[in-house]
Design a protein around this ligand. Structure first.
Ligand code: SAH
Ligand code: SF4
Length: 388
């Protein structure tokens, strides 16, 4: 039997003989695939449940499929989560993974439990091409886009790491933020597919309010997102004027602040529920963008704009000369905004003991891997425990 068009399409650029990784197929495409195999659409629903509800990766365990179907599936497809190479647990409960993806790249995923909530910070690319001045992912350059399977696979592996597929325990992941490595809107189709699976009841069933895409401002892609997705939106502003933002977020030179704010407003205005707001992320860097004058300018800029503001004290990393502002400086900035009527949260530092910030784990593993190569050369033991 020759491969159908759906099978070929699902293989994408993985080559004619590569098995399709079913982990990243949204329901509609899974249904097409099963139709091409001569199966009823409900088989696709069963497959989603096996993968995302039960965590099963072996077709032989799918007991409600015929032996012939299982055999055919194993010829053309696979269910392959990304590989965990390191896992760290913080004293505050934050858990972080370094994940190796095909071709050898590393990305990070972080789970931050907070009371009833547990937020998973998911990566969308290996590295990032946008080179924001305060971001360690940007410093690593861009390697490649993650596939949909590699993106949603981070949710799969977080749940799997708590052995929670079988146990029926409370939800391991209640919220997802696309705030790990990479710019999600530059990997548009795969990110949209993966987020569809996060929100799909037959997969992770997380509500659209609890799946948040964060962007530094790829305006044309944000305009397109409004037509195909309904996730919550965060924009990484970090400065109230173009002169300063040009220095911190270089893509601002192409899509300046007014264009970005207009596009984000169009996005939330086109939602069916009218209660949505844009989350404005503002990383506070000592002496760069944390003065009370800039806070006042930010308040001016956002007056009447449907938003809440999230202040993120800068997370230092080795290749950066920037520093984190003092608690007092953060409070002063916060106060100016609160006095003008804004809802303002400050991201508490979590997982500090394991560097659980954007792109930092991977820098660490890469560093240590280099170090370990030197150690091996001199016959010393490896300094870092690598899993798998
Ligand atoms: N590329 C997307 C999503 C990933 S970055 C974006 O830029 O929005 C997620 C958030 O972490 C962004 O708001 C980013 O500005 C912020 N961030 C990156 N590096 C940081 C650092 N060293 N300290 C504090 N926040 C940082
Ligand atoms: Fe890329 Fe976001 Fe980092 Fe900027 S902050 S370099 S867009 S990951």
């Amino acid at each position: 039997m020759s491969d159908s068009e759906a099978v070929q399409e699902a293989r994408g650029d993985m080559g004619a003989t590569a098995p399709i990784n079913l982990l990243g197929l949204p329901l509609a495409r899974m249904q097409i695939l099963f139709a091409e195999l001569g199966e009823k659409p409900f088989r696709a629903q069963q497959m989603l449940k096996w993968i995302h509800h039960a965590g099963v990766t072996d077709f032989n365990e799918m007991t409600n499929f015929s032996v012939a179907l299982r055999q055919r599936l194993s010829e053309i497809a696979e269910i392959r989560p990304p590989e965990i190479v390191a896992q760290q647990d913080s004293v505050d409960g934050t858990r972080k993974w370094a994940v190796r993806v095909e071709g050898g790249g590393l990305v990070e995923t972080v789970l931050i439990p907070d009371g009833q909530r547990a937020t998973l910070c998911v990566s969308s690319q290996v590295g990032c091409s946008l080179d924001c001045s305060f971001c360690s992912t940007g410093k690593q350059g861009f390697q490649r886009d993650l596939t949909a399977a590699e993106i949603v696979g981070q949710v799969w592996l977080a749940i799997n790491s708590y052995d929670a597929f079988q146990s029926g325990k409370g939800r391991v992941v209640t919220n997802v933020v696309m705030m790990g490595m990479g710019e999600p809107l530059l990997n548009f189709d795969n990110v949209v597919d993966a987020m569809d699976l996060m929100m799909e009841d037959l997969a992770y069933g997380i509500s659209k309010r609890r799946v948040t895409l964060s962007t530094s401002g790829v305006v044309p892609a944000l305009d397109r997102l409004a037509d195909v997705s309904d996730v919550s939106l965060a924009i990484s502003l970090h400065a109230p004027n173009d002169e300063l933002r040009n220095q911190l977020v270089p893509i601002n030179r192409r899509y300046p602040i007014s264009m970005l704010l207009d596009s984000a407003r169009r996005y939330i205005d086109s939602r069916s529920d009218k209660k949505r707001v844009v989350t404005i992320e503002y990383t506070l860097i000592a002496g760069v963008n944390d003065s009370t004058e800039l806070a006042a300018e930010l308040a001016e800029l956002l007056q009447g704009y449907p938003c809440k503001i999230n202040l993120i004290p800068f997370n230092p990393f080795s290749q950066s000369d920037y520093t984190r502002p003092s608690g007092n400086a953060v409070s002063r900035f916060w106060q100016v905004l609160v006095d003008r009527g804004f809802i303002v949260t400050v991201r508490t530092t979590r997982g500090d003991d394991i560097d659980a910030a954007c792109g930092q784990l991977v820098g660490d593993v890469v560093d240590r891997t280099r170090r370990s190569a030197r150690y091996r050369d001199s016959h010393k033991p490896q300094p870092v425990k690598m899993l798998g």
